[in-house]
Design a protein. Structure first.
Ligand SMILES: *Cc1c(COP(=O)(O)O)cnc(C)c1O
Length: 394
């Protein structure tokens, strides 16, 4: 089979050409001053995207590493941890919290709904001793966006630590680490930033570092250790790493940050929003149904579409890949075969790529004898994209 012409998946997503170019440059290792400077510079760029003046830790492994490291660092056996669950990634985070000894309180909503801040207020009233609250900002598997700003304000007032999986929202959704009073966030470069998939971008508040230092269970001398990075790299004057960093990935992450910072973070978010709106309008005009119950809480990085009754989800996607060279995604986890997911991240959100994703899904369904109005969908999407014609080239 040939390489796909378009990778418009739920992520990892296609990268920018400048990211690919950066990753094929000369390999410079961590003991070289050029790399030390590049790493520190990349940290500052990631901090700018998080909108924090505090520490950023760039861990050397896909975002699951950062999430697992966060759970490991924060949980003290017996502490009460509230986990807000609106999808499979949150569920997974809860498994770590429990495994490391937390008294786990889960506030779970159906996977096509967002977490209402009132539920958080109630959970904290019921469990006033809770030391942390965890949430997934943008649940990529279900396409639902949680109101992180409002949730964080409640958690902050209560005094618990606010931990958020922002893997798929950094660069594509409004996010203000310092302004919203967040304590620990983990992002991935391979979603809206359209970078390579091998790193965890973590932002950590000062009071969160204090909590980690006070936790005798927080690992040290471990690949999962945030403290190793703090002590050896950050507080050690940024001259030595706990272990050899993934040097090629770092070059790619810096290039990905540069794309967003050069276009402007606000513009990047606006482009992702516009793409998501175009795809949602297109899906509805085709006669299909969205997965997220409330479009106001649909995430900007991906649009989830309900698989029509009697339609074979995986068969349809394989057909679309083979016939049209377009990679789209099924659902994930328990809801894998109940949804199609159309990604609009990085280049996938730009230009006419959202229309390509829509047309591919529509044509693929027609080929499977599912009656959809492909043309209506494309028209509706174009209308959204052309609301501001000056912007559509990006
Ligand atoms: C992509 C993603 C992750 C990381 O998961 P992978 O499947 O390893 O890429 C974690 N959380 C969220 C919300 C994500 O979108």
């Amino acid at each position: 089979m040939r390489d796909p012409m378009f990778t418009l998946t739920a992520g990892p997503t296609q990268t920018w050409p400048s990211v690919q170019a950066a990753m094929s440059g000369p390999i410079v290792y961590d003991y070289d001053p050029v790399f030390l400077e590049r790493f520190a510079r990349t940290e500052r760029k990631v901090a700018e995207l998080f909108r924090t003046s505090g520490d950023v830790v760039l861990m050397q492994g896909e975002a699951v590493l950062g999430l697992e490291a966060a759970a490991r660092a924060l949980v003290r056996p017996g502490m009460t941890a509230i986990n807000l669950v609106s999808g499979v990634y949150a569920k997974w985070f809860g498994l770590w919290l429990a495994e490391y000894g937390a008294n786990l309180v889960e506030v779970e909503v159906p996977y096509d709904e967002h977490v209402d801040p009132a539920l958080v207020r109630q959970a904290l009233a019921d469990h006033p001793d809770a030391g942390l609250v965890a949430v997934v900002h943008s649940e990529t598997p279900s396409g639902v966006l949680n109101p992180l700003r409002e949730i964080a304000a409640i958690v902050r007032d209560h005094g618990a630590l606010m931990v958020a999986d922002v893997v798929s929202s950094l660069g594509g959704e409004e996010l203000d680490f310092d302004g919203w009073g967040l304590d620990l966030c983990v992002a991935g470069p391979q979603k809206c930033l359209a970078g390579p998939p091998g790193m965890s971008l973590c932002a950590i508040s000062d009071r969160c570092w204090d909590a980690i230092r006070d936790n005798p269970s927080a690992p040290r001398g471990s690949f999962l250790s945030l403290l190793d990075w703090k002590d050896r790299w950050i507080d050690g004057g940024r001259t030595a790493f706990p272990y050899t960093p993934s040097v090629v990935e770092v070059a790619g992450v810096e290039a990905a940050c540069d794309v967003v910072l050069e276009m402007g973070l606000g513009r990047s978010i606006a482009i992702h929003r516009r793409a998501a709106r175009a795809v949602r309008e297109g899906v509805l005009a085709m006669g299909l149904e969205l997965w997220a119950r409330d479009a106001e809480f649909a995430t900007s990085c991906v649009t989830s579409v309900r698989v029509p009754d009697g339609c074979d989800c995986l068969g349809t996607l394989a057909h679309i890949r083979e016939r049209y060279g377009v990679m789209l995604s099924p659902g994930y986890g328990e809801i894998k075969e109940r949804l199609f997911r159309l990604g609009h991240q990085g280049p996938g959100a730009a230009s006419l790529n959202p229309v390509v994703a829509l047309a591919a899904l529509g044509r693929g369904l027609v080929d499977q004898e599912v009656p959809v109005r492909v043309g209506d969908g494309v028209e509706a999407a174009l209308e959204v994209l052309f609301e501001d014609p000056a912007e559509v080239s990006s």
